[in-house]
Design a binder for this molecule. Sequence first.
Ligand SMILES: Nc1ncnc2c1ncn2[C@@H]1O[C@H](COP(=O)(O)OP(=O)(O)OP(=O)(O)O)[C@@H](O)[C@H]1O
Ligand SMILES: [Mg+2]
Length: 243
Amino acid sequence: MTSANTNNTQTPKAVLEFNEVYKDYPDGDTTVHALAPTTCTIHSGEFVAVVGPSGSGKSTLLTIMGGLQKPSGGSVSLDGREYSHMSGKELARLRFDTVGFVLQSSNLVPFLTLEEQLRLRSSYAHQSFDARRATSLMQDLDIEKLRRKYPDELSGGEKQRAAICVALFGRPAVILADEPTASLDTSRAMGVADIFSRASRREGTAVVMVTHDERLLEECDRVLTIQDGHLEESTAERASQHA
Ligand SMILES: Nc1ncnc2c1ncn2[C@@H]1O[C@H](COP(=O)(O)OP(=O)(O)OP(=O)(O)O)[C@@H](O)[C@H]1O
Ligand SMILES: [Mg+2]
């Protein structure tokens, strides 16, 4: 399995590369230009925020980053592999090996408990189940007592934290999170930003997080702003105590 760089002293690796990537959606007789031609690189260990108004193209950007949909043009490399010519099966394997998703719609398996979702991930990756990591992540996210519950039995915010737990568990090279703190109160939202920040620093995971919450931006290394499908880089410094 391709995994995140676990040694942060190594040179950061480009885990996501966009070269003139754009996305058009047909809309009756017209076309929605959801993402204008975009070139950018995201490295291992970077914690990146994406901000922008509703309908500006944030989810489109994130789903293309993770290979959930292909762009209309341009090239995308995920963990060094350009995916436009891959079959659906190959791309699914690349996603599984490389990306942890926290999407706007929950990506939990409805008929599995939280712990079973983590076990399934390990068995699909042909790895033994790391019970200590599972427990420690669940404790960090304050969902340990929910380990035997099904998604239907969880509140919106609990589901969100369970999805974050599943996404982090496999030590992916990249976490793509679409408003992961939308259903959370301030202290839990800050807690999630802190967990992502730690994953990026300690495990070399690249984290790309769409958020509307300005308070989370100070945890991030970079802020990308998107407006009508146009992506721009703003500068952001992670607070010096986190460096
Ligand atoms: N499958 C689709 N078919 C047609 N148009 C789409 C499709 N998905 C998104 N769009 C359009 O593309 C544009 C960007 O949508 P996108 O979902 O990326 O926005 P967003 O920034 O994530 O918004 P929000 O903050 O509301 O989640 C919008 O104009 C939207 O209506
Ligand atoms: Mg969206």
